[in-house]
Ligand binder design. Structure first.
Ligand code: HEC
Length: 292
């Protein structure tokens, strides 16, 4: 729900009332398993994390609501604030066998369960090379979320990322502030994944869509007075990306241009954007007082 047009964050569509600040200001720490990271092809891991954060992977209602895997599994963990009426019981739960997302797997019962932290051992084996995980992820994408059939490289990439999600040491801070740098990093990962995907046009296309989604998330945070010039440049960069010709070179050149030009311009204005905690607090305070 766009709150009075003040901050039309899509994230608020699946966030429990009262938890807006928790979800928009902070994100859980990533504590990747260093042994898994060291043993995994970096481009595959990059693509996997980018896809995990991209709604273009899912179809139907999930894509319309701009849900990605990361909407429920924030930084690969759970999301105690996730709430979508068609899907959740209490906040933090979801029924991923609900007809809302896919008629294919609709079961008769509404049985929301807590969204698991993927760093914890679960029902699905994370052992390297075990096909159970890519098979499970395929079922999620195609049957639960009506996504298009993913390529095996996409499933391997997503599985590699899921395997890399590690538990944080006890006593570590629960979260860290969300910054422009989070989006810039995911754009870099998506482009690295796309550039390495020459043999797999689907993975390339999905990685580009993942990068464009991150540009859109930046745009959302720059919806403030005085920043419309930057938003126009974001849109232009996104359209350029969509029109790129095949080949890793074009992608790398796009990213070099972005990293040397628009990214530092965005950084210089970050404190005026909704990434800044004071700006965000003011934007959320005003509509929170209005009756829902
Ligand atoms: C609408 C919220 C939601 C979305 C979106 C979502 N998940 Fe989940 N996920 C859940 C819930 C709830 C469970 C627990 C299901 C159960 O236990 O039956 C789960 C379970 C899992 C598990 C199994 C954990 C175990 O027990 O071993 C994996 C792996 C996983 N999700 C990965 C993903 C990936 C990859 C995506 C994106 C393609 C994704 N999830 C999207 C809510 C979600």
């Amino acid at each position: 729900m766009a709150r009075d047009g003040l901050f039309a964050s899509r994230t608020l569509q699946w966030t429990a009332p009262g938890a807006e600040w928790a979800v928009l200001a902070e994100a859980p720490h990533a504590c990747p398993r260093t042994d898994v990271v060291a043993a995994t092809d970096p481009a595959m891991l990059a693509a996997g994390e980018a896809l995990f954060n991209s709604p273009a992977l899912l179809g139907g209602q999930a894509a319309k609501a701009e849900l990605s895997c990361a909407a429920c599994h924030r930084t690969g963990r759970g999301n105690p604030h996730f709430l979508m009426p068609q899907l959740s019981g209490a906040p933090g739960t979801a029924d991923v066998t609900n007809s809302f997302f896919s008629p294919a797997r609709a079961n008769a019962h509404f049985d929301p369960v807590p969204i698991p932290d993927l760093a914890m051992p679960g029902k699905v084996s994370r052992a390297p090379g075990d096909p159970a995980l890519p098979r499970f992820v395929r079922t999620l994408v195609v049957e639960e979320f009506s996504g298009a059939e993913p390529s095996s490289a996409m499933l391997d990439a997503l599985s590699a990322y899921v395997r890399s999600i590690g538990p944080c040491p006890a006593g570590a801070a629960a979260g860290e502030p969300r910054r422009l740098a989070d989006q810039l990093r995911l754009i870099e990962l998506a482009i690295a994944g796309a550039a390495a995907a020459e043999a797999d046009p689907l993975l390339r296309r999905q990685s580009i869509a993942a990068a464009r989604h991150q540009l859109g998330l930046i745009d959302e945070r720059y919806a403030r007075p005085g920043l419309s010039g930057l938003r126009r440049q974001l849109l232009a960069a996104s359209l350029d990306l969509a029109r790129l010709e095949d080949g890793a070179d074009a992608l790398r050149k796009w990213h070099a241009r972005f990293a040397a030009g628009l990214a530092p311009r965005l950084e210089r204005r970050e404190r005026l954007s909704l990434y800044d905690s004071a700006v965000l607090r003011r934007a959320l305070a005003a509509p929170a007082k209005a009756p829902d």
